[in-house]
Design a protein around this ligand. Structure first.
Ligand SMILES: [Zn+2]
Length: 667
């Protein structure tokens, strides 16, 4: 669909009118109008309110809210309420409640207390969504739909019930065809795990000892597919009534569902951005981690996204996060926009006085009296709204792509090798190095087109198919520059070790020009690598590389393999393939990127290297918009680049603490 039809929608709030007396709504609407709001999301958790008894639907409260809000020219996003099935449904069909990994039932009282394959649940969702979509599809004030909420996130590692088990068997049958094929692909000859029939296969609940990695990989892939199917069940109903956009609120690097797959079922992707979190110390969340999540969201559909929940106060359930400092709420919202948000919806309008999220703070405090958050965001929204209109649809033009793969994430989550190793953290560490150098990055799936990128970084391509191997070879052969890292090419796509030669096996050996005859899991040591005559720290892992056609760029500086190559480069066709056989420190990575950056057009600009300051750009046909975001508590100054013109009045080449300057450049 053509999203440009909605050019006037830039900022919004998440609102729960059913939590507040009707007499208050008008006051809320007036305050929202003054804040500069265009769109409101409602209804995504309110099943028991709108179907209080089985089959008795009453959407009059939503009708009333929409009518009132339309007087203020607000558009509405309507959420389907499947994240919170009502008590009457659970009482009638207790089997809707999910079964956990240990085989215990999880009960009503929180949210997402439902099995996503359960037939009774699906039937009730079917009836509700049909009524809901039919009732609101012609309402001109409804802008679009959101299905459920943060699918896969709070649902956690559920469900292992009989229904899910049956669905898993069907999924496996569809994938493998015969039980013999499954036995072979899962390597069930080990520990006597052979099956005679699909009906002997269980949902992989807790076992006495470790589990079969091939089986668990399929289980994770199945669970992701089930979530996508759960979403499609509702989206297909809505599309029968309405051609308005459908979205879903993602959660950055949360890994329960493959967001590239889920994005295919959406007109646009939404994301929930909470820089403060509540379980993490503020100081330990890197700015680059916040930026990476936003870039991943843009990458899932290769188009601008919405923020459906942008932090607007202290976060917290039982435990709370820090209070955002003056300027930080705006800075974070500005960061979302700089990385590709076309609309920012703030969560939530007002602190709720009930339930689990009493301390997940909103724009207004419990009292409902506007304070610091409201005033700060009002100033921000009014300042940025005209710019939002201009940049709608604008994308960055990046030359570096980082591959993010859910399959690699799943396989390495099953067997992380080293207790401190995480695939996603490694991806974020590579991103962090590029981010520190202000080199903008796109996230790509393994299926994405690589050809527009000068450099592809693909950390730990642990599971390797012939197709993926060919893709990497072809990319480099045609002149691309590729970085592969430790534990690449180790297994096939079924999570079984490859044996067609020494690692990295198959065509990767030729592409990288190396063989890995030995490796070392660095359990109790911090290692060192010598690069350009200087020592750098490495940890987690050491691939000991033997050169075939590659040249060494760095060697190990410790252990019995001291002096052996650790980082290499190989010319292959018209391009180059780099291999990093260890987990490098940030310092080493930055040095390495600077070295290869001389070879590739990465727009490295030393003038813009200021600690804690991000420079991000979006561009349309004629103009590049450059956002300079100061995450520091102090004012910083810098030398602006040629052609940069102030976008806002009263700007300079100084940026105040937690402020955003915007520049434009004609193209
Ligand atoms: Zn289930």
């Amino acid at each position: 669909m053509n999203l440009s039809a909605y050019e006037k929608i830039h900022f919004g709030v998440d609102y729960y009118p059913e939590h507040w007396p009707k007499e208050r709504w008008k006051k809320d609407a007036t305050l929202m109008k003054e804040l500069g709001i265009d769109v409101i999301r409602i209804a995504e958790f309110s099943w028991s309110k709108y179907e209080p008894e089985e089959g008795k639907y009453d959407f009059s409260l939503i009708d009333e809210v929409i009518e009132l809000m339309s007087e203020y020219e607000f558009k509405i996003i309507l959420g389907t309420p499947s994240a919170a099935p009502p008590a009457w449904l659970i009482k009638k069909y207790p089997d809707v409640q999910p079964i956990d990994y240990e085989g215990k039932r999880r009960h009503f009282g929180g949210r997402h207390h439902a099995c996503q394959s359960n037939k009774h649940l699906r039937d009730y969702i079917d009836k509700y969504v049909n009524r809901f979509a039919d009732h609101f599809s012609d309402n001109e004030n409804v802008f679009g739909w959101q299905i459920d909420n943060e699918l896969g996130n709070s649902h956690g590692d559920l469900c292992y019930c009989d229904s899910c088990q049956e669905e898993f068997r069907k999924w496996l049958k569809n994938k493998y065809g015969t039980i013999n094929e499954l036995n072979e692909k899962w390597g069930t000859v080990f520990w006597s795990q052979g099956y005679r029939d699909f009906d002997e296969i269980i949902a992989p609940k807790i076992t006495v000892t470790g589990r079969n990695p091939s089986q668990i990989l399929d289980w994770k892939l199945f669970c992701s597919d089930l979530i996508v199917d759960f979403h499609k069940h509702q989206s297909s109903i809505i599309r029968r009534y309405s051609d308005k956009p459908i979205t879903h609120n993602f959660m950055g690097f949360a890994n329960k569902v493959n967001y590239f797959d889920l994005a295919e079922d959406l007109e646009f992707v939404s994301h929930d951005q909470y820089p403060g979190l509540f379980h993490t110390d503020f100081l330990h969340v890197r700015n680059s981690d916040l930026a990476a999540a936003l870039d991943l969201m843009r990458g899932t559909k290769k188009q601008p996204y919405w923020i459906m929940e942008q932090q607007s106060g202290i976060t917290g359930w039982e435990i709370m996060g820090r209070s955002p400092k003056p300027g930080q709420l705006s800075l974070w919202a500005g960061q979302s926009i700089a990385h590709g948000a076309d609309c920012v919806v703030f969560f939530r309008w007002r602190n709720c006085i009930y339930g689990t999220e009493q301390y997940w703070h909103g724009i207004l405090p419990h009292s409902g009296i506007p304070g610091r958050n409201y005033n700060e965001l009002k100033e921000f929204i009014n300042k940025f709204k005209p710019l939002m209109e201009k940049i709608k649809g604008a994308m960055p033009q990046n030359k570096v792509g980082i591959v993010f793969s859910y399959n690699q994430e799943y396989a390495l989550e099953i067997q992380p090798h080293h207790p401190d190793f995480s695939y996603t953290e490694q991806v974020k560490n590579y991103y962090n190095a590029f981010h520190s150098l202000n080199i903008p990055v796109d996230f790509l799936s393994e299926d994405s087109d690589f050809e527009n990128y000068n450099l592809i970084v693909a950390p730990s391509q642990y599971l390797m198919s012939d197709k993926l191997e060919d893709k990497y070879c072809e990319y480099v052969n045609q002149g691309g520059q590729l970085i592969l890292t430790m534990r690449s090419g180790v297994k096939d796509e079924n999570n079984i070790c490859r044996t067609s030669g020494s690692l990295p096996c198959g065509r990767l050996t030729e592409l990288l020009g190396i063989e890995i005859l030995e490796y070392d899991c660095l359990r109790d040591v911090l290692g060192t690598v010598v690069f350009e005559n200087k020592n750098y720290d490495v940890d987690i892992w050491a691939d000991i590389l033997s050169l075939r056609t590659a040249k060494e760029l760095a060697t190990y500086g410790f252990e019995y393999y001291q002096g052996e190559p650790s980082i290499t480069v190989n010319e292959f066709g018209r391009g180059k393939a780099y291999y990093i056989g260890t987990n490098p420190s940030k310092e080493l990575l930055i040095k390495f990127i600077k070295l290869i950056g001389e070879d590739i057009d990465l727009n490295l600009n030393s003038k813009l290297l200021i600690d804690g300051v991000e420079f991000v750009s979006r561009q349309d046909e004629n103009t590049e918009y450059i956002f300079a975001l100061n995450h520091n508590e102090k004012t910083v100054s810098f030398e602006r680049l040629e052609g940069w013109v102030d976008y806002f009045e009263e700007q300079s080449s100084k940026i105040k603490p937690y402020q955003i300057n915007v520049y434009k450049k004609s193209l």
